[in-house]
Design a protein around this ligand. Structure first.
Ligand code: NAG
Ligand code: NAG
Ligand code: NAG
Ligand code: NAG
Ligand code: NAG
Length: 376
């Protein structure tokens, strides 16, 4: 979440009226490195914040602006109506992190909302968690017709939480969700089976003293093989913390990367992180072993990457081959006419070669055209 942009965009908010968004041009390409294609371009004033990929390959994206919305985006190249509003959440202005309870409730998603304020970017202690069961949702990407609604229910108001942001499952078969609290620099544990939540961990590495980033610390969170990974949006770090099976910290977080101007991230494999570079308008890969990093896509003056906010890998037959990236959109200081709405972009990783240089893990994402962008 790039809050400086939000202030500018607030002024230009428009009400979300269309239930089904019209088709848009989706031919733009990001060249070099791995190719990227805009799947769907939202109108001006829409800020996409986070996403989850359904088991069927469709993408669910949350909107931070102009309202707390959940959109389904069908990446099928021929879809006439690739995007449709699944639900607009009451009593909140903005939607953020989203995760599927894939083991206990397949195709059911939990997401966080909160209230936005033009003065502060968000209102502390207004976070809520909602449950969205997509199994009853039916729509045709060819006609745009919605013939079945998602079952949506309110789970809990997180009144102890400063700002709920990124969310991750504790384990693939668990009913527990770990929630990053960007304001308090903490991780909360929500049991979706009971709706109860409690503090899981809090460390200085999760907090931020950076007023330019509104003191926002821990942002994205992911659990992988007994470790919890998180980035700190205000301190520009990525860290790993060993955890017990109940999510409680086994030790202090270890900072793996600094000067990382990042937003959401995901693990490509055990040693490679894909991270959205919020300010550099690109998707980077970070090799946790060698500490090298590459720009994988974007970072080009073609307007495809416009403030990337989150990334997730494709599923099923697209696993490891595609990465979906949500964009917040962008603005140019010269005026409102230069504002571009958020979008969903797909990055084609199919041509990733295995270790062409013998450099080890990061090699999975190294192409011949790859250039080392920055070394730690
Ligand atoms: C889409 O492309 C057509 C033809 O190139 C162009 O006329 C139109 O303005 C474009 N629409 C948008 C929303 O960019
Ligand atoms: C986008 O990239 C693909 C693959 O490189 C290419 O086939 C296609 O022609 C490009 N499209 C545009 C509009 O540049
Ligand atoms: C998509 O479009 C291509 C080319 O226009 C066509 O060959 C293909 O059959 C279409 N696929 C579907 C599922 O409609
Ligand atoms: C919305 O908030 C009001 C008061 O703040 C409360 O009475 C109502 O139940 C809430 N509705 C939902 C759907 O959370
Ligand atoms: C959020 O804002 C809405 C309207 O803007 C208001 O009705 C609601 O009570 C607020 N919720 C909280 C938790 O402050």
């Amino acid at each position: 979440m790039h809050f400086n942009l939000l202030l500018v965009l607030t002024v230009l908010l428009r009400q979300a009226t269309a239930l089904v968004l019209p088709p848009s041009n989706s031919t733009s390409n990001s060249t070099g490195k791995f190719s990227a294609r805009t799947v769907f371009q939202f109108p001006q004033g829409y800020w996409l914040e986070n996403l989850a990929v359904r088991g069927n390959g469709q993408v669910l994206a949350t909107t931070y602006m102009p309202s707390a919305g959940l959109y389904l985006i069908d990446p099928t190249p021929n879809a006439s109506y690739p995007a449709v509003l699944v639900h607009q959440f009451e009593n909140s202005t903005s939607a953020l992190g989203i995760v599927e309870a894939e083991g206990t409730e397949p195709d059911t998603f939990y997401l966080a909302t909160l209230n936005f304020s033009a003065a502060d970017g968000f209102v502390p202690r207004t976070s809520q968690v909602w449950r969205v069961d997509m199994s009853s949702f039916h729509y045709s990407p060819q006609t745009g017709q919605v013939s079945g609604k998602a079952a949506v229910s309110h789970v809990t108001t997180l009144s102890s939480v400063g700002m709920a942001n990124g969310m991750t499952l504790l384990a693939p078969d668990s009913s527990h969700i770990l929630i990053a609290d960007s304001l308090r620099g903490a991780i909360w544990d929500l049991d979706t089976a009971t709706g109860h939540y409690g503090l899981s961990s809090s460390f200085p590495a999760m907090r931020s003293d950076n007023p330019a980033r509104r003191f926002l610390g821990i942002d994205g969170v992911k659990v992988h093989q007994g470790s919890l990974y998180f980035n700190n949006a205000g301190e520009f770090t990525l860290a790993r913390m060993p955890i017990h099976s109940d999510g409680i910290a086994k030790g202090e977080p270890v900072v793996l990367a600094t000067d990382l101007y990042s937003d959401g991230f995901c693990l490509y494999d055990a040693d490679t992180v894909l991270v959205t570079m919020n300010i550099d308008n690109g998707l980077a890969a970070l090799d946790l072993e060698s500490h090298r990093r590459w720009m994988v896509a974007g970072n080009m003056p073609d307007g495809v990457f416009t403030t990337p906010t989150s990334v997730e890998l494709g599923r099923g037959e697209d696993a490891g081959k595609l990465a979906y990236v949500t964009m917040g959109g962008t603005y140019v200081a010269t005026g409102a006419e230069d504002l571009v709405g958020g979008s969903l972009v797909v990055v084609d990783l199919k041509s990733a070669t295995t270790d062409p240089k013998g450099t080890g893990r990061g090699g999975l994402l190294v192409q011949e055209t790859e250039t080392i962008w920055l070394e730690l």
